[in-house]
Design a protein around this ligand. Structure first.
Ligand code: AHE
Ligand code: ZN
Length: 353
């Protein structure tokens, strides 16, 4: 298949608020510094639903959603040295080029190299690798949910194309149907560790989806006391928490999380993604009196440098992943995976692409 267009099926969202439709699409080969990946599994994240629903100010259509994938490198474009055909990989919605101002700063995991085009649903050269009868279909962040047939054969394969700075090879021993969650939810929850909390700190996490629950485990495993009941918090902690996290995306909850922080030193970290037009507010006095309001993406993790180590930690039982997969769906039932997120009993649904 290397160097050839692959014909396949993909779950396409044609417009804001529409259900995904399974369509025949064409996937072009990777160009220079691009990687074509056979995606085997993809988790469904609230951010996929957020964009599908029309709440994302950057949302553009038609698009193929998905950004929590696990797969195998099918082919690489010219100049790709970081991964090779056959590698097991996780695509990264937060790239790591190691060359831009952000990457070189040593202060952030955010990378500037592909962010602008990624937000437009395009590859770095401002084009898409996906099309339907010549009509361009956009990429979402970096992964591609699809099931498709290579010309004339009955093989079921599934592919996406990403920039080489947006993908990392991991240990082949790790089950991709589980560690795909490290492509977003579980890794994002590592936000706690970014604050270098002293052992014994009090931590509250607002929002108990994949990110929230995993944050609680991170807190517990690093020797902190985690609580999730906001009503109980300020009283219980004699003045407030050392650290709080919003994993809801609800701006009122973000405010509550800040204000549940201890005067003088409490740090509240925003992880949740809020809808278009939403803004946060609090009395400035909350900050004057020493609370810090901050945010983080992808848990502050530099994907290419750090994700392989997180996979090793998972393999050694130090990072929980399997526990968060509560639902599994076939590709044809992908819309049911989106419905499951609204039903309340779903931590993560993984699609067998
Ligand atoms: N496009 C939105 C923002 C979306 C957003 O905040 N995305 C998260 C990843 S969500 C994963 O589930 C993020 O980390 N963003 C960092 C980045 O560089 O986009 C908007 O409001 O415009
Ligand atoms: Zn996500």
């Amino acid at each position: 298949t290397s160097g050839k267009v692959i014909k396949c099926k993909a779950a396409v969202c044609w417009g804001a608020g529409e259900r995904l439709k399974i369509e025949n699409i064409e996937v072009e080969p990777p160009r220079a510094h691009e990687v074509r990946i056979k995606i085997l599994y993809s988790g469904i994240c609230h951010t996929d639903e957020y964009t599908r629903s029309g709440a994302d100010p950057e949302g553009a259509f038609p698009i193929i959603l998905g950004h929590e994938g696990g797969g195998v490198v099918e082919s690489v474009g010219e100049g790709v040295t970081s991964v090779k055909v056959g590698d097991h990989v996780i695509p990264l919605y937060t790239a790591e080029c190691r060359e831009c101002k952000f990457c070189k700063s040593g202060k952030t995991n955010l990378c500037g190299k592909v962010r602008t085009t990624q937000g437009q649903g395009l590859m770095p050269d401002k084009t898409s690798r996906f099309s339907i009868n010549g009509q361009q279909i956009l990429h979402f962040v970096c992964v591609f949910n699809s099931r498709f047939q290579v010309d004339g054969s009955f093989d079921i394969l599934q592919y996406t194309v990403v920039a080489d700075v947006s993908v990392v090879a991991i240990d082949k021993k790790a089950p991709l149907e589980k560690v795909c969650l490290l492509g977003c939810g579980i890794t994002t929850a590592g936000a706690l560790l970014q604050n270098n909390p002293a052992s014994g700190s009090t931590v509250a996490v607002f929002g108990c989806g994949c990110v929230g629950l995993s944050s609680i485990n991170t807190a517990k495993q690093s020797g902190h006391h985690a609580q999730t009941d906001p009503g109980y918090l300020v009283e219980l902690t004699d003045g407030g928490l050392d650290f709080t996290f919003d994993a809801t995306g609800n701006v009122d909850v973000m405010r509550a999380a800040l204000e549940a922080c201890h005067k003088g030193w409490g740090i509240s970290t925003v992880i949740g993604v809020a809808a278009a037009g939403k803004e946060i507010s609090t009395r400035p006095f909350q900050l004057v009196t020493g609370r810090v309001w901050r945010g983080t993406a992808f848990g502050g993790v530099k994907g290419r440098t750090e994700l392989p180590g997180i996979v090793e930690d998972y393999l050694q039982g130090k990072v929980k992943v399997d526990e968060y997969v509560t639902h599994e769906f076939d590709f044809a039932d992908i819309n049911n995976g989106f419905d499951a997120m609204h039903a309340g009993d779903c931590i993560r649904a993984v699609v067998d692409v």
